[in-house]
Design a protein around this ligand. Structure first.
Ligand SMILES: *Cc1c(COP(=O)(O)O)cnc(C)c1O
Length: 406
């Protein structure tokens, strides 16, 4: 058996489809975000596709908290929480996260991915459990639902009627859970949180909401879309990340003390891995505390998003309409999408990663733009001009879109 041939063939198929994954060698510049050094060509570029949505990753309060804690406590956690104890900054971080989401308790994981896969699979382990999962849920939720080894139903994306049909098909006395997201990160549309909560009440189900792309950005103190809509108390499990708007790394859930206790005791991906380092927890805590009160950053973010969206529309570029901070510019072709991204980077020093299959369905390839509060009006002007040039140079279709385009 020649394994190299097997690897090469699989990668070759990916390349033929235009979906080969490329990483750009970048070095961000603290104090100068969203500028970064592109090491491949040795030039500075402007980042337009990071999920560090508020630029918190470079914020001095985080850097200070991390550096101080490393010096005072040390680097690693020294083991799992069961074996080595819980470092105090992690306890403080969990208290802060519980408060942010108006829940009794919170539990931190090494990433948002691990939080989703662990919590959903562990809840799936409840006797007789049935999981209901939105068709466009993130890969980490899909993995959790699969690992749950219980009965599961996938409802069409954001389709309240379809979910109701599926719920009605299952014995009302069985335990159930409905898993969905608030902001869907590729189309930027928002889950029907209230409608799903109503169904959960009617069919006696738990609700599980992934707010990864919303925490820090929506709601009075950045508690997410559920906070903004006043629905936090109707969600049983709110899941979030510390790696996107909070600019550090790690994932968490916030829920009732009892549910948290269950996951703490049975969640394999929580129990059997070395805990988040104390300095990371301290950095994340500083970030959450800062972001909570930094209303101006949220205002500035949404202002920049609106400016970018309306300028793109004015320029006749196919921006997918949505009610969130995600700005998808549609290309509808894997290879041309990659070409557009390369041209933006190599000719205009703008980094917008192309998004191809399997992250999005074939034929819906796009450039996913994520404005931050730190992008200036000059950067926005330059982005729009560059995109117009790239669309013209590559002869891409320039036409504004209706609601149903993707
Ligand atoms: C990124 C992402 C995750 C995973 O979070 P990480 O902290 O990056 O592991 C979970 N859910 C959604 C919707 C995501 O986009």
């Amino acid at each position: 058996m020649n394994y190299d041939t097997l690897f090469t063939q699989s990668i070759g198929r990916l390349k033929d489809a235009g979906n080969y994954r490329e990483f750009t060698d970048l070095q961000r510049r603290a104090g100068n975000y969203p500028r970064a050094m592109n090491h491949s060509v040795g030039r500075e570029i402007t980042l337009w596709c990071s999920n560090d949505y508020l630029g918190m990753g470079q914020h001095p309060v985080i850097a200070d908290a991390i550096c101080t804690t490393v010096r005072e406590i040390g680097a690693g956690a020294g083991g799992t929480r069961n074996i080595a104890g819980t470092s105090h900054p992690l306890v403080m971080l969990e208290d802060e996260l519980a408060e942010l989401h108006e829940k009794e308790s919170a539990l931190v994981f090494t990433s948002g991915y691990v939080a989703n896969s662990t919590v959903l699979s562990t809840l799936g382990g409840l006797p007789d459990m049935v999981l209901f999962s939105d068709a466009l849920n993130h890969a980490s939720m899909i993995e959790g639902v699969r690992f749950g080894k219980c009965e599961r139903h996938i409802f069409r994306h954001n389709d309240v009627e379809h979910l109701q049909e599926l719920l009605a098909s299952v014995d009302i006395n069985r335990p159930k859970l409905i898993a969905f997201e608030s902001v869907y990160s590729m189309d930027g549309d928002i889950g029907f949180i209230k409608e799903f909560c109503d169904l959960a009440d009617q069919y006696n189900a738990l609700t599980y909401l992934d707010e990864v792309h919303a925490v820090g950005l929506y709601g009075e103190s950045g508690g997410g879309v559920a906070q903004r809509e006043g629905l936090s108390d109707r969600i049983d499990v709110i899941q979030g990340t510390l790696g996107k708007a909070f600019g550090v790394v790690g994932g968490y859930i916030a829920a009732s003390a009892l549910l948290i206790d269950y996951i703490r005791c049975f969640g394999s991906g929580f129990i059997f891995t070395t805990a988040m380092p104390p300095a990371t927890a301290a950095g994340a805590l500083a970030s959450v505390q800062h972001v909570k009160q930094d209303v101006q950053a949220r205002i500035r973010l949404h202002r920049n998003v609106n400016v970018v969206k309306s300028r793109l529309t004015e320029a006749g570029l196919p921006v997918l309409p949505n009610p969130s901070h995600i700005v998808p510019v549609m290309v509808y072709d894997a290879k041309r999408c990659r070409e557009a991204s390369h041209l933006l980077l190599n000719k205009y020093d703008i980094f917008v990663q192309h998004i191809n299959h399997p992250t999005v369905p074939v034929g819906t390839e796009r450039l996913r733009i994520t404005p931050t509060p730190l992008h200036t009006d000059e950067m926005i002007d330059y982005l729009i001009d560059a995109l117009v040039s790239v669309f013209d140079e590559l002869d891409l279709v320039r036409q504004p879109l209706g609601e149903s385009a993707a």
